[in-house]
Design a protein around this ligand. Sequence first.
Ligand code: ATP
Length: 277
Amino acid sequence: MEAVKQQIQAREEPVVPTSGSTRAAGQRGEIVIAGLGKVYESKKSRFAALSDIDLSIGSNEFVTVVGPSGCGKSTLLRIVAGLDEQTDGSVTLDGNEVIGPGAERGMVFQGYTLFPWLTVRENIEYGPKLQGISTLERRAISNYFLKVIKLESFAAAYPKQLSGGMKQRVAIARALANRPKVLLMDEPFGALDAQTKLDMQEMLLEVWEKEKTTVLFITHDIEEAIFLSQRIVVMGANPGRILKTFDVKLPAQRTPEVREMPAFLALRRELGQLLKH
Ligand SMILES: Nc1ncnc2c1ncn2[C@@H]1O[C@H](COP(=O)(O)OP(=O)(O)OP(=O)(O)O)[C@@H](O)[C@H]1O
């Protein structure tokens, strides 16, 4: 146990060289979305997917976006990821305008986007390898995350040998292995069975507390949003816009009992009402 603690403490020092790209170099993971708009235009049609989105997300904050299908949640996330381009407004990360993808923003989607030809360990080490991190350091990174996601005994397994929940744990570890300042998650647990989903939520909160990453998380599941986040953004459709933002006033430590608390139940009811319309 002591050895494990030492390993984790050692891991809290930046493993990735501090060449300016890590959080340890003083970067914070603050996202500012201002006046954001997105119009999809073709010869025949014009569709406003997002209109006038203003949202600031603080360092190490966990913000969830909920809203009806087609209200622009994924579009918003893709723009923050730099995978799609807005037609209006701006997104900045720690003051720098987002103009494309970057290692400081890790992405996790619903589909298990692992490389099937790489083992679990190799998948986790993929990003650090691209960054030119030495074999020894990569091994330390993958050892740490294999432990965090509780898949040490599957280090040499291939994705096809894993369950859905295991694959998604590896996908999260792979995103975190780059030590991103921001984790962007688009319904990452949407395809999992109910119990695995609850386990994954708890694991994600543990990792989030350890890694101090800023998280922007999309879900259809109101209870998931309440359990995980500090703030919930409710979007409406046509055009995609922010209807309301809620601070989640629950204990910082999200134990399973939190789900039974009056504040949890009241917020669930309020969000349910809002999303019905
Ligand atoms: N490439 C595209 N071209 C044209 N329209 C698009 C494109 N991508 C998305 N849209 C439209 O933009 C709107 C928002 O899509 P988006 O996927 O962001 O919604 P969403 O809230 O994530 O939906 P869901 O919850 O169903 O995943 C939808 O009406 C969709 O049809």
